[in-house]
Each structure stands twice: as structure tokens, then as C-alpha cells.
Design a protein around this ligand. Structure first.
Ligand SMILES: [Zn+2]
Length: 97
């Protein structure tokens, strides 16, 4: 049995951790991105992105990978970000515009 106080302390820790999202760093995921024309699969494995769209094959990044980066924010390790670097002041663009 879990005591009520141990549950309360877990909830408090979870709240603290979730208020500091850079504690969480994605290593591996696959998502579907519903684009205007078709749905593409974006995957991320140990800092290597991929997307099934044509733009990605040419440029090694695309609106789909960038959209995922924007949504996941600091949970994508900074050194793994392509196209959408993240800074404390917010999302900014470097060299791509
Ligand atoms: Zn794409």
C-alpha cells in the first residue's frame, strides 16, 4: 500500500519536474504530422531526424520536423535541433530565412 503522504510527495515532484520541461529530453519518437496535402511520418532517434516528405529528402529538414520542434520546445536537445533552434528568449531563426 502507498501512503497518502507518499502519493502527495510524488505529485509535488511531478509538478516541479513538469514546470521545468528541460528536465525531459526526447531520445526517440515517431509521430504523424497531418499536412495540408498529406500526412507524413516524422521520426527522431538519437538526434537523427527523418520525414517521409520530399522536402526533407532534399533539405534534411522540413515544415513537419520544424513543427514538431516548435511543439516539443526544450524537450528536444538543443544540439539536435535543425531549423528551429531554441533559446531562453524563445524560438528564433538562424541562417535559414
Ligand atoms: Zn516533412
Amino acid at each position: 500500500m502507498h501512503s497518502a503522504s507518499s502519493i502527495i510527495s510524488k505529485v509535488a515532484k511531478a509538478k516541479q519536474y513538469s514546470d521545468e520541461p528541460d528536465r525531459i529530453q526526447f531520445q526517440d519518437f515517431t509521430v504523424q504530422v497531418r499536412g495540408d496535402n498529406s500526412t507524413h511520418t516524422v521520426s527522431f532517434q538519437n538526434c537523427v531526424w527523418s520525414c517521409t516528405c520530399n522536402t526533407y529528402q532534399e533539405d534534411n529538414f522540413c515544415a513537419h520536423t520544424m513543427a514538431v520542434e516548435r511543439i516539443l520546445g526544450v524537450t528536444i536537445p538543443n544540439e539536435c535541433r535543425i531549423g528551429e533552434p531554441f533559446s531562453q528568449s524563445g524560438i528564433h531563426h538562424t541562417g535559414l530565412m
